[in-house]
Design a protein around this ligand. Structure first.
Ligand SMILES: Cc1ncc(COP(=O)(O)O)c(C=O)c1O
Length: 397
């Protein structure tokens, strides 16, 4: 009989030359199980998606309840749908003013596309500033903002009017001018290997945008939804963006994203012409119900209050001479090794030893640590034991 693996290799479009091909048949909490019943800890949460773990009972219940009412209704923006409305109200409650208007979409990259269109239409300007090693998605507008030429080269010409500045370089912010429609930046860079900007940099960035009339877009698609210990990473910096983009953890495991701004800025989508930005599935009721339940779990289980303690535990247990650095914030961490080849060898051993993780697009020497926020201290100890054992084994060959 043809195996699922063979079918996968034959029929699914591949994105890398040597896919891992683990066959996962079930996942609960921070654990995933393959077809032979072997358990793997999930150290990456489907790349920062499963914030409250796989199949959290409250999230599953919310999906079931909504599925029994309706799963999809016609035309985004015309019908009042309670799951969307409830979720939008909750997000606005969690965010500071003036972020009080929510546009739901399906994926991170679409949230960025909506932000790009808002920047252009609201300001009437075309220049957009982004940063080295930025990742904002794979559709054309978002791709144009990628701060690494390797991923853009084959698709040039990309969107015109993009200026890429060095990340965390205060002097470079002078290049934001009265011609700039907006600046799009990850509050904490993910695919660069979890890089945090300095507080002064973020304050100068906010100030420079205010001075020039450029809008500030914070991409919290990877670092938002509690991952860093606060619901939104920008709250660590004491600044407020004009637009925020959310996805990944937002949907609690279902596909959902949001571009959030003020009513004033968002109103440009409403007319001249009407239906200026639309989506068939954005804000799907099942996804919104899952999202609201996820946020409620984060709150009821006091997950945010324990993130710092969990980060400290990771840092204290990850001691090995091959570890160059443990970098990041909260449960958005990475281990940096001396080279990409060492990292690859460690990752391979981790998978053999029952721990699933990967590397970053622009930091192949870094191993990703982004477990569900629900991971317990006991599970962190077990995960770190496997990591240290795998590093030993990888260094011996
Ligand atoms: C910071 C950031 N922005 C945008 C995206 C794109 O999200 P999606 O893959 O849902 O389109 C990602 C995905 O990794 C991301 O990390």
């Amino acid at each position: 009989m043809i195996s699922q693996r063979q079918l996968f290799l034959q029929y699914i479009a591949q994105t890398s030359p040597e896919p891992v091909t683990l066959e996962i048949v079930r996942a609960r909490g921070v654990k995933m199980y393959d077809q032979n019943g072997k358990m793997y800890y999930d150290l990456i949460s489907g790349i920062n998606v499963s914030a409250v773990g796989h199949c959290h009972p409250q999230v599953v219940k919310a999906i079931h309840q909504q599925a029994s009412k309706f799963m999809h209704l016609m035309v985004y923006g015309e019908l009042v749908q309670s799951p969307q409305v409830q979720l939008a109200q909750k997000l606005v409650d969690l965010l500071p003013q003036p972020l009080d208007n929510v546009y739901f979409l399906n994926s991170g990259t679409e949230a960025i596309e909506a932000a790009i269109k808002l920047l252009r239409k609201f300001t009437g300007r075309t220049e957009i500033i982004c940063f080295s090693n930025a990742y904002h998605g794979s559709t054309f507008g978002a791709l144009s903002l990628i701060g690494d030429e390797k991923y853009k080269a084959a698709f040039r010409p990309v969107m015109p009017g993009i200026k890429t500045l060095p990340f965390n370089d205060i002097a470079a912010l002078e290049q934001i001018t009265n011609n700039t429609a907006g600046v799009i930046i990850e509050t904490i860079q993910g695919e660069a290997g979890v890089l945090l900007p300095g507080k002064v940099f973020m304050h100068v960035l906010r100030k420079r945008c205010n001075e020039t009339g450029a809008l500030l877009v914070l991409d919290e698609i990877q670092c938002g939804m509690g991952r860093t210990g606060l619901m939104f990473a920008f709250q660590h910096y004491g600044i407020v963006p004009d637009i925020i983009t959310l996805a990944k953890g937002l949907g609690g495991g279902l596909p959902l994203s949001a571009t959030i701004s003020s009513r004033h800025i968002m109103s440009v989508f409403k007319e001249n012409p009407a239906l200026n930005h639309i989506t068939t599935f954005g804000g799907n009721p099942l996804c919104c119900a899952a999202s609201l339940a996820t946020i409620q779990v984060i709150e009821y289980e006091n997950l945010l209050q324990r993130i710092e303690e969990k980060e400290m535990l990771f840092r204290s247990l990850l001691q090995h001479h091959a570890i160059q650095e443990v970098r990041g914030k909260g449960l958005m961490l990475c281990i940096r090794f001396e080279s990409a080849s060492i990292n690859k060898a460690v990752i391979d051993k981790c998978i053999e030893n029952g721990l699933f993780t990967d590397w970053f697009l622009f930091a192949e020497d870094c191993l990703r640590i982004s477990p569900p926020l629900t991971i317990t201290k006991d599970e962190i100890s077990q995960v770190c034991n496997i990591l240290i054992k795998s590093i030993h084994q990888a260094m011996m060959v």
